[in-house]
Design a protein around this ligand. Structure first.
Ligand SMILES: CC(C)C[C@H](CC(=O)NO)C(=O)N[C@H]1Cc2cn(c3ccccc23)CCCCCCNC1=O
Ligand SMILES: [Ca+2]
Ligand SMILES: [Zn+2]
Ligand SMILES: [Zn+2]
Length: 169
């Protein structure tokens, strides 16, 4: 049990998310697919449902930004920090920001894999801190593209400890 829980969780099961903008690195459908896939990594094991919204307020607002971008955590250019996200809550709570100075890719060993980075960030959006298990998704270090990604044990146990297990998972 090395995952870290921050104390904040959502008080509703049906969470909404919204793409506030897109990155020029990929097509909209590639980005939508990577985001949905990253959310599914978590909803496969815990009883939360994610619904994409095109307009209006959402629990998890997703955006790409460079440098300073309306929060106290400016991005740092290419490399270094790849993305960050906020624990559950109103406004910025649950939101995920991706550093658009990275070259986001899908299904490639080149660049920075959007699905894996997004899955890590959504762990924070659901209330998880960093794990000291370096093989965990919630480890603080990017571990590169992995085809057919399966949620590591530490994250799986952590998620179910917090939100219970999705029946049959
Ligand atoms: C887990 C990931 C998806 C999100 C995390 C940030 C995070 O925890 N978001 O929720 C991240 O970006 N970690 C850095 C940590 C990091 C590694 N280095 C750095 C050099 C400078 C600044 C940070 C780093 C060494 C050089 C490699 C730089 C490229 C990879 N970067 C990382 O692994
Ligand atoms: Ca960066
Ligand atoms: Zn930010
Ligand atoms: Zn993190």
């Amino acid at each position: 049990r090395r995952y870290v829980h921050t104390g904040a969780t959502w008080d509703h099961q049906d969470l909404t998310y919204r793409m506030k903008n897109y990155s020029p690195d990929l097509t909209r459908s590639e980005i939508d697919e990577a985001i949905a896939g990253a959310l599914k990594i978590w909803s496969d094991v815990i009883p939360l449902n994610f619904e994409k919204r095109e307009m209006g307020p959402a629990d998890i607002d997703i955006s790409f930004a460079r440098g300073l971008h309306h929060d106290d955590y400016p991005f740092d250019g290419p490399g270094g920090t790849l993305a960050h996200a906020f624990f559950p809550g109103d406004d910025l709570g649950g939101d995920a920001h991706f550093d658009d100075d990275e070259q986001f890719t899908v299904k490639s060993y080149e660049g920075t894999n959007l699905l894996i980075v997004a899955a890590h960030e959504f762990g924070h959006s659901l209330g998880f801190g960093h794990s000291s298990d370096l093989t965990a998704l919630m480890a603080p270090f990017y571990q590169g593209y992995k085809p057919n990604y399966v949620l590591p044990y530490d994250d799986h146990v952590g998620a179910q400890h917090l939100y219970g297990a999705r029946p049959g998972s």
